[in-house]
Design a protein around this ligand. Structure first.
Ligand SMILES: NC(=O)c1ccc[n+]([C@@H]2O[C@H](COP(=O)([O-])OP(=O)(O)OC[C@H]3O[C@@H](n4cnc5c(N)ncnc54)[C@H](OP(=O)(O)O)[C@@H]3O)[C@@H](O)[C@H]2O)c1
Length: 274
């Protein structure tokens, strides 16, 4: 496994997304992923599957310290007391003494960021999270958060795949030494329908989805693809044995555009900006 280092954290470049994985399927996919060599699991309070993620982790037999477990606090729990309680509940559900990384899932403009970050830092100081970070933060919010936080923020988890331009947010993360973690790294499966990704893949004996993932990890961006299918776990992990040329990287880069977003903030369920 390769890693990206950021503000003291060592984040495995390939992770398993678990949104929408439930019950036995979730536990089984997590267990298998770890057996296949995945070392980074992404869950969230909101996914309602932390219990099953913990079960899969224990069933895999992989030592706890070899796995980077990430969870997220939902914005309705950003008041300090709620955040501390939510973090504790996540560790209880996962049956872990601490998670490796705890993220603010989406910004919440109704609660002062200073208070939320203060609580997030306390969670870290209390030993419930080894590292802390954010998700879906804009450039302005990254600036504000890094200024306000007494502990280093190690990443911003954002929507990122070949069809979306996130260059400004990526630059802000780089300025502050934060890693970028890409969610929807295969564009919710749409990468497989793209002719350019398929053509480049053919030249390397790889699928379009693998090219989409390789494009990210080759730039030191961690990617957390989700699948409910065992055979795709293997496919999505086989991205470290080939390299895209500078020309291929540039061709893929040109697929991105301003309105390439799949996950709409308005539909996320998070409180809307006023
Ligand atoms: N922080 C946030 O706000 C946020 C938002 C969204 C997601 N996330 C995290 O990021 C993870 C990944 O994002 P995502 O689940 O939205 O999208 P994704 O990983 O880009 O795509 C998942 C979809 O692609 C399909 N798929 C997986 N591997 C494939 C392959 N090799 N070829 C073709 N299709 C494939 C899956 O179907 P099958 O199951 O049939 O394989 C599934 O429908 C989530 O699970 C979650 O952990 C975070």
């Amino acid at each position: 496994m390769e890693f990206v280092e950021a503000n003291g954290a060592r984040i495995p470049l390939l992770g398993l997304g678990t949104w929408d994985l439930r019950g036995r399927t979730c536990a089984r996919i997590v267990e298998q992923a770890l057996r296949l060599g995945y070392r980074h699991i992404d869950t969230a309070e909101m996914y309602d599957n932390e219990r099953e993620v913990g079960e899969g982790l224990r069933a895999s037999g992989v030592p706890r310290n070899d796995v980077f477990v990430v969870t997220k606090v939902w914005p309705s729990h950003f008041m300090p007391r709620d955040l501390l309680r939510a973090a504790k509940e996540s560790t209880v559900k996962l049956r872990l003494s601490e998670v490796d990384l705890l993220l603010l899932h989406w910004p919440n403009p109704r609660i002062p960021l200073s208070e939320t970050l203060g609580a997030l830092c306390k969670v870290k100081e209390a030993g419930l999270a080894r590292h802390i970070g954010v998700s879906n933060f804009t450039v302005a919010l990254i600036e504000e958060a890094t200024r306000l936080s007494s502990e280093p923020l190690v990443c911003n988890q954002i929507e990122l795949h070949p069809f979306i331009d996130q260059s400004k947010v990526r630059a802000a993360c780089a300025t502050h030494g934060m890693a970028v973690v890409a969610y929807c790294p295969i564009a919710r499966g749409n990468a497989k329908n793209n002719a350019l990704l398929a053509r480049i893949g053919q030249q390397h004996g790889k699928s379009a989805a693998q090219v989409s993932l390789r494009f990210l990890v080759q730039q030191q961006i961690a990617a957390i693809p989700r699948t409910s299918k065992l055979e795709r776990l293997t496919e999505n992990a086989a991205i470290f044995d080939f390299e895209l040329s500078a020309n291929e990287m540039a061709e893929i880069d040109a697929l991105s555009h301003g309105d390439g977003r799949i996950v709409d903030y308005a539909f996320s369920g998070a409180p809307k900006w006023d």
